[in-house]
Ligand binder design. Structure first.
Ligand code: DAH
Length: 373
């Protein structure tokens, strides 16, 4: 059956009436198919007759069919919106939406206490003119040991249980003193690579690349093959400091480190500064803070304090005046410039700042603990 142009407006009007009366979404869908369905819809069928019409009637017929389609689609849209709104109102009235339900908690991200401590360290040193930089974690034996006056066989290597890296990029474990690290070729020179055992290699790298005055602080991850306890982990962070200039003395070193301690902890924390030995500084010293767990007594109710090992002090950093040999090695003239260096553990400071009695709590990633800090 073909449809006449004059019938199209009636068709639209009938459709509008039926659509407005559609009881639900299903009835509405049926009407959509019936009137504007792509295959069998009334409008589609009408348009299919177009080619059989005389050419001069086609434009008017086509326009009327499209106008009818637009009216029907608008009616579908209106009724659909009304039905959805009514359904929602019914749901609310019927109690399907619990308006008293608390919203989902928004979880705001935060810095890990180690990151927070690093940011605090670099902020304080920045205030004293130290630029924060970073260096490689996979390091040459040369920078980690040799250039720091720790040649193969030097007993200081015993202190660092080194993770060596062989040419295939896999790791092997050996004591540095045994010299059993595999060799690797770097621009013609053969030498072993390792995971840096401290951030001190950056002293040499920085001095090789810059002329005095130098003032840098270098936070970064370090690695040692060691059993863990309350204050030791095999992966940990250090911060290294280096200042080189024409008039620097041990007094400047002490001043900078005391100022650092005061800014980090306030005036309360007790600071111990005493002689020590490091191959790359002369003279050398060690800085320690009083233990926050046993309050410096070395004992707790449970006996020997596990956090400070019973000494009452938490060793925080090694330091000293940069060894003349290290200065000469990078082409500085020790008669003209001197400097001081320091290097300490970030976790130790984070423990003191957060009252965390065991370093392992930082890395076990128990969010209940980390979020409480
Ligand atoms: N790198 C040393 C360590 O990990 C600590 C240290 C000692 C760093 C003396 C220094 C320093 O810069 O001058 O045990």
């Amino acid at each position: 059956m073909t449809i006449a142009l004059s019938d199209l407006a009636d068709l639209a009007a009938t459709a509008e009436r039926e659509i407005a009366a559609a009881a639900d979404e299903a009835a509405l869908d049926a009407l959509r198919v019936r009137y504007v369905g792509r295959r069998e819809g009334e409008i589609t069928k009408a348009l299919k007759t177009l080619p059989s019409l005389p050419a001069d009637q086609r434009p008017a017929f086509g326009a009327a069919a499209n106008a009818a389609r637009e009216r029907i689609e608008a009616a579908l849209e209106r009724r659909g919106a009304d039905l959805r709104e009514a359904a929602l109102a019914r749901d609310i009235a019927g109690g399907a939406v619990d308006l008293t339900l608390p919203p989902r908690r928004v979880r705001v991200g935060r810095y890990h206490p180690i990151s927070r401590t690093i940011r605090e360290i670099t902020r304080i040193f920045a205030g004293m003119g130290f630029e924060a930089i970073e260096g490689p974690e996979v390091e040459w034996d040369y920078y980690n040991f040799e250039a720091l006056n720790i040649p193969p066989g030097h007993p200081a290597r015993d202190k660092f249980s080194t993770l060596w890296v062989n040419a295939e990029g896999t790791m092997e474990v050996a004591l540095a003193a045994t010299g059993s690290g595999r060799t690797i070729v770097d621009a013609g020179r053969k030498q072993p690579m390792l995971l840096r055992t401290h951030t001190s290699p950056m002293q040499i790298r920085v001095m090789e690349q810059r002329r005095p005055p130098v003032r840098v602080v270098v936070p970064g991850r370090c690695y040692r093959f060691e059993a863990t306890d309350a204050t030791h982990e095999s992966v940990f962070f250090q911060y290294e400091g280096l200042a080189i200039d024409e008039q620097l003395s041990m007094a400047d070193l002490k001043g900078v480190l005391y100022s650092f301690a005061r800014q980090l902890f306030g005036g309360e924390r007790r600071v111990r500064f005493r002689p020590d030995y490091f191959p790359f500084t002369e003279p050398s010293a060690e800085i320690a803070f009083d233990c926050f767990v046993c309050e410096g007594s070395g004992t707790t109710d449970a006996g020997r304090c596990a956090t400070c090992g019973g000494s009452g002090w938490i060793e925080a950093a090694g330091c000293g005046m940069v060894h003349p040999e290290a200065l000469r090695r990078v082409g500085y003239d020790p008669a003209k410039v001197q400097g001081f260096a320091f290097g300490g553990g970030v976790e130790r400071l984070a423990m003191l700042l957060t009252g965390t009695p065991d370093i392992r709590l930082f890395h076990q990633n128990d969010l209940r603990y980390l979020e409480s800090l």
